[in-house]
Design a protein around this ligand. Structure first.
Ligand code: NAP
Ligand code: GDD
Length: 341
């Protein structure tokens, strides 16, 4: 029988790549989708016709229990979140509820539906749980590069909510013997990345300027450094983590850092433009507390899971610029458009 996976956050970047990967592995894939007429569900359905949809919301405990009862999954991937860091200052309580408490609700749905209780010892036949933890938990880093033992100093309500979900996942593993793991993923991008995140904002901005649809691009802190990889590589790591003999947490990243300035230069060069003529610095885009740098030490994932990233930073940026030039040349609207490459 095909293994069954339930993915929360199916309409997001990672949900789409993970669903494609699991379908290719022969899984029956279900996606949890929220809202009454969520336009992102139809975009997802066009790309992923074989994904079955179950309604539910990370804010609604009963809906998660119903979803787990209906799907009877072997594996649950909890990718749903308010994931845009600046929004977490504007709607801190909502972020805590969805990104933090949502993890508790999903774990409880699994615990209740599978009858797991304190002192359970056998993990066989259990629903395996993946939590989308984040390098944003490291925040003001205490060492570089960051590994599974590096301490957390989150710098945003989002990072704090993710840290809660991370520790709770560990706690359910320790308290109930659940097969529950966290992937501490560093920034990962793709042509399906939301237009609000800096990589896509820059590749879209360069493509718009190249096509004469814009004359400038406004950005905040160009000095921030991140470890950027390709989302398609990172969803393979999520799946590998749930196939391991024992549940453990892993850091996933490339081990290479680039600045926002490097990103801008690479994207504008890929579009055949000189960035200094078009980029405008905008203080209002700076954050109340910044994460200056993030850089992964992915050694554990490489040794224990055999995971390696396959797409370089330059190839990733070029892939995104090319995709955005194609999308805009065909009259697509990245904010509204129902097409996804
Ligand atoms: P994304 O594109 O922003 O997708 C977020 C998903 O969460 C969307 O499908 C959204 O659904 C869903 N969601 C929001 N509120 C929800 C709610 N109340 N109930 C159920 N679902 C809800 O994020 P992503 O880049 O794919 O990231 C996936 C996960 O990995 C997130 O948890 C993110 O925090 C984490 N993460 C991402 C990165 C990265 O660099 N991409 C790095 C580390 C960790 P709607 O369409 O209904 O809004
Ligand atoms: N979004 C954005 N817009 N960021 C900008 C801008 C701008 O105009 N100008 C500079 N930046 C800088 C931000 O200050 C930040 O330091 C960096 O670019 C990256 O910002 P984002 O792309 O918004 O990503 P993030 O690092 O805050 O968060 C992403 O990665 C996390 C993992 O480290 C998100 O995907 C999170 O959900 C994820 O957990």
């Amino acid at each position: 029988m095909a293994r069954r996976a339930l993915i929360t956050g199916i309409t997001g970047q990672d949900g789409s790549y993970l669903a494609e990967h699991l379908l290719a592995q022969g899984y029956e894939v279900w996606g949890l989708a929220r809202g009454q007429a969520n336009p992102r569900v139809s975009r997802m359905r066009k790309l992923l016709a074989d994904v079955q949809v179950v309604r539910g919301d990370l804010l609604d405990q009963g809906s998660l229990i119903s979803a787990v009862e209906r799907v009877q999954p072997d594996e649950v991937y909890n990718l749903g979140a308010i994931s845009f860091v600046p929004m977490s200052w504007e709607q801190a309580e909502l972020t805590a509820e969805v990104t933090g408490m949502g993890v508790l609700r999903m774990l409880e749905a699994i615990r209740v539906c599978s009858g797991v209780s304190r002192g359970s010892s056998s993990r066989s036949g259990q629903i395996r749980f993946y939590q989308a933890s984040s390098s944003e938990m490291f925040g003001q880093v205490t060492e570089t590069p960051q590994n599974e033992r590096t301490g957390f100093h989150p710098r945003s309500p989002y990072g704090v909510a993710k840290a809660y979900g991370h520790f709770l996942t560990q706690n359910y593993r320790e308290s109930y013997g659940m097969y529950a793991v966290s992937g501490i993923l560093f920034n990962h991008e793709s042509p399906r990345r939301g237009a609000e995140f800096v990589t896509r904002k820059v590749t879209l901005g360069a493509a718009r300027i190249k096509l004469g649809l814009a004359t400038e691009l406004r950005l905040g802190n160009l000095e921030a450094r991140r470890d950027w990889g390709f989302a398609g590589d990172y969803v393979r790591a999520m799946h590998l983590m749930l196939q391991a003999a024992a549940p453990e947490d892993y850091v996933i990243g490339t081990g290479r850092m680039k600045s926002v300035r490097d990103l801008v230069e690479a994207a504008f060069t890929a579009a055949g433009l000189d960035w200094e003529q078009y980029v405008v610095l905008d203080q209002t885009l700076h954050r109340p507390a910044e994460v200056d740098l993030l850089c992964a030490d992915p050694k554990k994932a490489r040794v224990q899971l055999g995971w390696e990233p396959t797409v370089s930073f330059d190839d990733l940026v070029a892939m995104m610029v090319e995709s955005d030039l194609r999308l805009l040349s065909n009259g697509g609207d990245p904010d509204q458009d129902s097409s996804w490459p």
